[in-house]
Structure formats: C-alpha cells, structure tokens
Design a protein around this ligand. Structure first.
Ligand code: CAP
Ligand code: MG
Length: 427
C-alpha cells in the first residue's frame, strides 16, 4: 500500500485501545461529500493524512500512527475518533491542540464542527503538573471549610487609580469577602500601575487580616508577556502574596505551562480567568466545548477556574445547567490523581442569587465572585461584602434571603436593588 485516502481512516465498530485518546466531534458536513468521508477527513488531517492519497514518502510504516474513526452516528452528526498515543508529545498541550482542534476547522468537507470532549490516557494526563494547591490547598489557605469561598472583582473594571482600587479591596475584605481579584483586563495601566497597586493592595490586605482575624487572598492578574509575568509573580511573592491570576486563554497554553513550572514548589495558587472562551464555546454547533477546555486548564495547573453560574448570573450558560454541572463535576472529580480545581461562579452574581448556584451545585464546594453585586450595593463595598456573607448565612440556616434581609440591613439593601433574580435579560 502506498497511499491513504480519507476512507482508510475509517474503522467503524472497532474499539479504542486503553492507551488511546478518544475525541468526540459533532460534524455538519458539506452535502457534496458523504458523512463518513468528512469524518475520515477529520481523522486524517488531525493525525497523519493529507489531501493526496498517493504520497511517495509513505512507506507503510506510518500507518500505525493514523487516527481511526471508530463510531459514526449520522443522525446525531456524531463522530468518535481514536488516536494512538504516539501522535502526541507528552507534557506539550500546544501540540495536542494543534492536532485535535487545529486544521480540522478549516477543511472544505466540514461546514460546522464542534469538538465535544476528549478522553486522555493516564500517562498523558500525568505528564502535566496540574494544580499546585487544589481545592483542599485553597481551603487550607483560607481556613474556610464549611461554606463557598467568596470573592469580589473590584469594579469599575478599569479606570480606578491604584489608591482607589486598594481602598475598594480593603473595604470588601473588611466586610467579609475572602478573595479580591483583578479584572481580566486590568494589568498595568497608565492610571493604575501594577507595582504600585500591588504595594498598596498588600498593605490593605495585611490591615484587613489584622482587623478581621480572617485570612484574605489577592488574585492578582499578572497576564503579560512571559518574562514580565515572571517578574510580576516574583514581585507579588516577595511581598507575601500566595496567589496569581492569569487570563489563561489570551496568554496561551505554553505561557500557562511555563508559569506553572516557574511557580512549582512555591505553594502559589493560580486563578484562571477564561476571557475569550465565548468566541469558540458559545455557538453549540461550532467551536470547542468548555468541558474539554476546562480539562486542559486543570491539567496546566489552575487552582480556581471560572466555570459559570448555571443561569444565576449575567453570562450565557452554554449547554444549559446540566452541561455546566458536568464541568463542575469534572473539575472536582478524579482526573488520574491530579489535584482538583475549584469551580468559580462569576458574572452577575449578587446576594439574591447565590442560593441558585448553591442549589444547582448541590453542596458548598465552589467559589463565588461578585463585582457589581458587591460594589453596586447602595451602602458601599464593605456593606456589599457583608451582604454576601449574610446571604451565605441565610442559606446555611435554611432561611430565604428575603426573610433574612428583614433583620440584616446590608442584605436588605442588596435585595431591594437586585431582588432574587439574575441580572440582564429584558431592557
Ligand atoms: C464578573 C466578571 C467576570 C465574568 C466572566 C466580569 O463581574 O469579572 O469577568 O465572570 O465570565 O467582568 O464580568 P460581575 P465567566 O460580578 O460584575 O458581573 O466567569 O463566565 O467566565
Ligand atoms: Mg471580569
């Protein structure tokens, strides 16, 4: 055999070997070709094939590395492909993505393509460091073991001076918030220099810790070119901080892996913000599902990761509640022994909706972050933070927030302003 046409990549009915990678795609093929031809094209392009079936360089040896379409369901448009492990460089996530979610999106045979999920063998998963702290480590850091960990994003997201930013952070910590985080687009700005902000926020953090007796965290956004990220991380750690935040999708996989290596053994948490994910995850018939992307983010080392609010907040819930719960369960469940990643419900959270997420998750093992829902409280940021804690107390006591608000002024101000429904929707 010299060549390999797309149909050579079909082995429908075969099963995957235990060391193989198994990917599921939803495919809308070009009606000019058959469904199985398009499926074969995907398997070929993501493994060893090309458009010409008669390569003179093919001796036959290479055939063992070809991916195999092992399942086809044309009615559901589903294609399952098994990939031999030799196709992938262990410890190199970029290479995996260039294969399985790379060129395949541009093939003429395919009109729309959704990457739904990936199963990876243990050795591959374990070739990544995974989270350094994991959920247990984050809980130990905060000393909070019986409730969700509560955070805030200082708002407005851009525009505040370093001084005013640090003041808002201090107020939120004082009111009972556990972690304060930078927004995804706040790095080092003309009006708010990174290093100045860190100096002021670290002072504010220590003061808040002294006054409240509670451990506080600062998820500081170090996203930048890698050399500068390292400088920022070192600066933060030098000032006693134990957490960094990275916009993992916009800085890129290799940069995250590099930072995870850089922080190894230093006991530093990584908060992963997923800004830009909607560009490829939102339209259900095309793009990449957040389930596999969240698996990869856990593998490259996120201790906390935005995982959505399951309909309680301002952002679109891709795939509905049950799909979102699947991502929460994946992050919190076993992944070949890697540490777990704390799911963070963020985007339009406020005291009147925390119970919605809590009910959907089914337990207290999640983090919640609220920007507008803390700093938009008419009584101010400190009261806004207190209202979040009161909403948590209400839930723990089994009392509806509206009821609890009758005896808690800060919660009352929140509920009066936002009620108990998610923000947005109608004008
Ligand atoms: C939340 C947030 C986050 C979103 C991103 C924001 O602020 O900081 O970036 O949570 O979405 O700027 O919107 P608010 P996701 O609390 O003021 O809404 O978590 O789904 O990735
Ligand atoms: Mg944000």
């Amino acid at each position: 055999m010299r060549g390999m046409g797309y149909t050579d990549f079909l082995e429908v009915g075969a099963s995957a070997r235990p060391d193989e990678f198994v990917c599921t795609f939803r495919v809308e093929h070009d009606p000019k070709v058959k469904f199985e031809w398009a499926a074969g094209a995907i398997a070929a392009e993501s493994s060893i094939g090309t458009w010409d079936p008669g390569l003179t360089t093919m001796t036959g040896e290479e055939r063992q590395y070809g991916a195999r379409v092992i399942k086809l369901d044309e009615a559901q448009k589903l294609v399952t492909i098994a990939y031999p492990p030799a196709l992938f460089e262990f410890g190199n996530l970029t290479q995996l993505l260039s294969s399985v979610v790379g060129n395949v999106y541009g093939l003429k045979e395919v009109q729309k393509l959704r990457f739904l999920d990936i199963e990876m063998p243990k050795d591959f998963v374990r070739s990544f460091k995974g989270p350094q702290l994991g959920m247990q480590g984050v809980r130990d850091l905060t000393g909070i073991h019986d409730r969700p960990i509560l955070g805030t994003i200082v708002k407005p997201k851009l525009g505040l001076s370093a001084e005013n930013w640090a003041k808002a952070a201090y107020n939120a910590w004082r009111g009972g918030i556990d972690f304060v985080k930078d927004d995804e687009n706040l790095t080092s700005m003309t009006f708010n220099d990174f290093y100045r902000r860190v100096d002021l926020v670290m002072e504010a953090k220590k003061k808040a810790e002294r006054e409240t007796g509670e451990k506080k965290l600062y998820f500081c956004n170090i996203s930048a070119p890698v050399t500068e990220m390292k400088r920022r991380a070192d600066y933060l750690i030098g000032r006693g901080n134990d957490y960094v935040m990275i916009d993992v999708l916009t800085v890129g996989w290799s940069a995250v892996q590099e930072m995870r290596d850089f922080l190894d053994g230093r006991g530093i948490g990584i908060h992963a913000h997923r800004a830009m994910h909607g560009a490829f995850s939102r339209l259900e018939e095309h793009g990449i599902d957040m389930l596999p992307v969240s698996k990869w983010i856990r593998m490259v080392g996120a201790d906390t990761l935005h995982a959505g609010t399951m309909g309680a907040g301002k952002m679109f819930t891709e795939g509905g509640k049950s799909h979102a719960r699947g991502i929460y369960e994946m992050l919190r469940g076993d992944m070949h022994g890697l540490k777990t990643t704390f799911p963070v419900a963020s985007g339009g959270m406020h005291p009147g909706v925390i119970h919605v997420v809590w009910d959907a998750v089914g337990d207290a093992d999640f983090c919640s972050a609220a920007g507008g829902g803390v700093h938009g409280n008419p009584l101010g940021s400190e009261a806004g933070a207190r209202a979040m804690r009161q909403a948590v107390e209400a839930y723990q006591k089994g009392i509806p927030v509206e009821e609890y608000a009758k005896t808690h002024e800060e919660l009352a101000a929140a509920v009066k302003r936002w009620g108990t429904s998610p923000p947005g929707g109608s004008e």
